[in-house]
Design a protein around this ligand. Structure first.
Ligand code: PBG
Length: 327
C-alpha cells in the first residue's frame, strides 16, 4: 500500500468547511455608527453614504430598534450640532444632540450598548479636533474640553466613551474626570491608532467636519508607520483605555494584527466611511459583488485579529451571519 501523505484541504462538504473555519464572526462583535443632528422629526439621507441617514434625538430610537431586530446591539453615536464655535462648546452641552438622544435611548433600548465619539471636530467652527493656538491644535487646553465632553456623555447615559481626537494624554484626562464624578464603570474605547487617512472623506461630508484650514497630519498618524502603532496603543493602555480602536481597517490589516497581538484589552477595527462608500459605489456600478466584498472585508479585519468591528454595514453583516454566509 502506498502511504504517501499529500497535502489536503478539509473541504468535502459545506458542514465540514464550517467545522474547520479558523475565524468566527458573531453579531455581538458588530458596532453600528449613527449621526445625530439637532431638531425633531429628522431622517435625512446622507449623500456620501448610500442608504444611511442623519437622525434627530426623537427619531433615532426607531433606527436603533430596527438594527436591534437584525441582531446589532452596540451603537457609536456622533453628534452634529447647529452651533459651532472656536472651542466647540456644543460638545459638552448637556442638551446637545448626543446627550439628548442618549437620555431617550437609555429608556427606549435599555439593553443596547451606547458608545459616544468624543472629539471636537464636529463642534468647532474650524473643523479641527481641538482648540487652536496660532493655526495648530493646542494639546493640553484641549484635554480639559474633551474630559468635560466625556463627562457630559456619561451623565446622559453613555456606557462607553470613545475619544477620537488623538491628543496626547486624553485617555488619562478622561479617566480622571469620569472617576472624579462617580463614573468609574463608564468604559473608555480609545481611538489609539488613527491614521491621517483619505478614507474619512464621506464621513466629513456627513458630519460637516472637514478642517477649514490645514489638515490633521499634525496629530493623526502617518500611514508609513507600523511600529508607531504599538507605541500609541501601549500609551493608551497605560493611561487606562479599556478597549482600543485601529482606524481605518482595510488598508491597515498589518496594524490590526500587531495591535491585537500586543493588547491585553479588546481591539476594534473601524471600517470607515470611505471603505463603505467604495464598496457601495463599486457594487452599484456592477463592478464587484457588493455583498461578497462586504463580507470578505469584514472577515479580513476579524481574521487579522480584531475582536470588534465598527462598520456602517453592521445590519447587513448581521443578516449575512444569520444566513450562514459569514460566521
Ligand atoms: C473624529 C472622527 C472621524 C471619524 C471618526 N471619528 C473623522 C476624522 O477623523 O476626520 C471618521 C470615521 C469614518 O470615516 O467613518 N470625530
Amino acid at each position: 500500500m502506498n502511504l504517501i501523505h499529500r497535502p489536503r484541504r478539509l473541504r468535502r462538504t459545506p458542514a465540514m468547511r464550517r467545522l474547520v473555519r479558523e475565524t468566527r464572526v458573531s453579531k455581538d462583535s458588530l458596532i453600528l455608527p449613527f449621526f445625530i443632528r439637532e431638531g425633531s422629526g429628522v431622517k435625512e439621507p446622507i449623500d456620501s453614504l448610500a442608504g444611511l441617514f442623519r437622525y434627530s434625538p426623537d427619531t433615532i430610537h426607531a433606527a436603533v430598534g430596527d438594527a436591534m431586530a437584525d441582531g446589532v446591539r452596540s451603537f457609536l453615536l456622533f453628534g452634529l450640532p447647529d452651533h459651532k464655535d472656536e472651542v466647540g462648546s456644543s460638545a459638552w452641552d448637556d442638551n446637545g444632540p448626543v446627550q439628548d438622544a442618549l437620555r431617550r435611548l437609555r429608556k427606549a433600548c435599555p439593553e443596547a450598548v451606547f458608545i459616544t465619539d468624543v472629539c471636537m471636530c464636529e463642534y468647532t467652527s474650524h473643523g479641527h479636533c481641538g482648540v487652536l493656538a496660532g493655526g495648530d491644535v493646542d494639546n493640553d487646553p484641549t484635554l480639559d474640553l474633551l474630559a468635560r465632553t466625556a463627562l457630559s456623555h456619561a451623565r446622559a447615559g453613555a456606557d462607553i466613551v470613545a475619544p477620537s481626537d488623538m491628543m496626547d494624554g486624553r485617555v488619562g484626562a478622561i479617566r480622571n474626570a469620569l472617576d472624579g464624578d462617580g463614573f468609574q464603570s463608564t468604559a473608555i474605547m480609545s481611538y489609539a491608532v488613527k491614521y491621517a487617512s483619505s478614507f474619512y472623506g464621506p464621513f466629513r461630508e456627513a458630519a460637516g467636519s472637514a478642517p477649514g484650514i490645514g489638515d490633521r497630519q499634525g496629530y493623526q498618524m502617518d500611514p508609513h508607520n507600523r511600529r508607531e502603532a504599538g507605541r500609541e496603543a501601549a500609551l493608551d493602555l497605560d493611561e487606562g483605555a479599556d478597549m482600543l480602536i485601529v482606524k481605518p481597517a482595510m488598508a491597515y490589516m498589518d496594524v490590526i494584527a500587531d495591535v491585537a497581538a500586543m493588547s491585553d484589552r479588546p481591539v476594534a477595527a473601524y471600517s470607515v466611511s470611505g471603505e463603505y462608500a467604495m464598496i457601495c459605489a463599486a457594487g452599484a456600478q456592477g463592478l464587484v459583488d457588493e455583498y461578497g466584498v462586504m463580507c470578505e472585508t469584514a472577515l479580513g479585519a476579524f481574521r487579522a485579529g480584531a475582536d470588534l468591528l465598527i462598520t456602517y454595514f453592521a445590519r447587513e453583516l448581521a443578516r449575512a451571519i444569520d444566513k450562514g454566509d459569514l460566521g
